[in-house]
Design a protein around this ligand. Structure first.
Ligand SMILES: [Zn+2]
Length: 425
């Protein structure tokens, strides 16, 4: 929360970072276009040691800008290799300058700081080493008030100050090295998760006779609502002969954040359930077979679905790892085409339903799939589980994941008895 003067200081430092970034990119791009090798980080550091743009910044910021600029090339070359192997649809673009595309003017966006020797961050303040020429005027260091929660505790590493042009606010992103969570030696217990779009996640836990389904309905409904808002703003802009606006960027940001909110909460809820049931290993189906489940909603939703499910997968993996639960990816192997009770092929009269003719079971398709992954993963044969009970469906109420019949105030996935108790309370 910088004050007015502090904002100007941040903008000055940000602009100097952009100047150095652009100088480094110019050097690299020239080398690339001439067919010469792009200089390494070490080579760039010694080349730019006396450069005025580098000298105008504290060493810990200057070095980090060069490192970041060089990393952009690493990632460009990595993408280029993937593209040549046919694993990317479009060729990657070479690293760009930090400038406004419309006006061509240089813009600041990030101030990277290498190590905590040049900054200090606690829950209230962030202090920063200033460039030499600004020190006297501003009393040595820049001390900013901050708002937020420090979620992770460990060894602090690099810090990035980012300016959000839509919100017109500065944000600090800190890397913290957290020690690997100690995994207690507990008896192995397994769970399995099947990911999709209609049902975002279907969870089967060993020893639990009901599977838990996380419905995607409300999440996508909300996503489509904001998509519609975006389309309306775009048509307004078209009529005015413009391409973009701050309002449009804001709408995109809101849509992304609301989707992510639901996903982060889902991942946390799964980690919580697994911990509660003392699960040690989670089998997570790989995403290769997922596209069939996604052909619903307007056409452009399909692309979003694919990226969204991948993001959800990463969030779940991270949440489980933090909770000390091992995550094992599982190849999809016809998990939805066999009955989890007897193993014989099933019929699928509706998308969400599978029927086994041999044992007469009627399953929710995703619950069946999750249980199949669990049986396969824990290498237990079919027939181990009893007849399927109706799975427990959770929906997103825009704050948390609740059972379909519960209000937001109730406890999550309580049994009917304790749900009544919660109601009465
Ligand atoms: Zn069966």
């Amino acid at each position: 929360m910088p004050g007015k003067q502090q904002r100007q200081v941040l903008e000055t430092i940000g602009d100097r970072c952009a100047a150095l970034w652009n100088a480094v990119q110019y050097r690299c791009r020239q080398a690339f276009f001439k067919g010469e090798p792009v200089p390494s980080y070490a080579a760039l550091c010694s080349e730019f040691k006396e450069h005025p743009a580098y000298r105008a910044l504290p060493a810990h910021i200057g070095q980090e800008v060069i490192k970041k600029a060089r990393k952009a090339w690493d990632s460009f070359f990595a993408c280029l290799r993937l593209y040549r192997k046919g694993e990317l649809e479009r060729p990657p673009r070479i690293p760009r300058y930090w400038k406004d595309r419309r006006t061509g003017k240089r813009t600041f966006c990030v101030i990277p700081v290498k190590a905590p020797t040049s900054y200090a961050l606690d829950s209230r303040t962030l202090s920063l080493t200033l460039p030499r020429d600004l020190r006297e005027k501003h009393g040595g260091r820049l001390v900013l008030h901050t708002k937020g929660v420090l979620r992770f505790h460990g060894t602090p590493k690099t810090l990035e100050l980012k300016y959000d042009r839509v919100k017109k606010r500065w944000y600090a992103h800190q890397v913290v090295e957290v020690p690997e969570p100690a995994r207690k030696t507990r008896p192995e217990k397994y769970a399995a998760l099947d990911l999709g779009a209609r049902v975002l996640a279907a969870l089967a836990v060993e020893g639990l006779d009901r599977q838990i389904l996380f419905s995607g309905r409300e999440v996508w409904k909300d996503f489509l609502y904001w998509t519609k808002q975006i389309a309306e703003e775009q048509s307004r802009l078209n009529q005015a002969g413009r391409k973009t606006s701050r309002q449009l960027r804001r709408l995109y940001q809101v849509r992304t954040r609301r989707l992510k909110h639901a996903f982060v909460a889902l991942a946390a809820e799964i980690a919580r359930i697994l911990k509660q049931h003392r699960v040690t290993t989670l089998f997570l189906e790989d995403l290769t077979g997922i596209r069939e489940d996604m052909d619903f909603g307007p056409k452009n939703l399909l692309v979003h679905n694919f990226w969204a499910v991948r993001q959800l997968r990463n969030l779940i993996e991270a949440a489980c790892t933090r909770a000390g639960i091992r995550v094992v990816p599982v190849e999809p192997r016809g998990t939805s085409s066999r009955c989890a009770v007897c193993g014989s092929p099933v019929k699928r009269p509706a998308r969400y339903k599978v029927v086994c003719e041999r044992c007469g079971c009627v399953w929710h398709a995703d619950a069946n799939a999750a249980l199949n992954i669990l049986l396969w993963g824990s290498s237990k044969g079919h027939g181990a589980e009893a007849t399927p009970l109706k799975p427990l469906a959770l929906r997103w109420d825009r704050h948390r994941w609740v059972s379909r019949f519960e209000s937001a105030a109730g406890t999550l996935y309580a049994t009917s008895g304790s749900r009544m108790a919660a109601r009465a309370a």
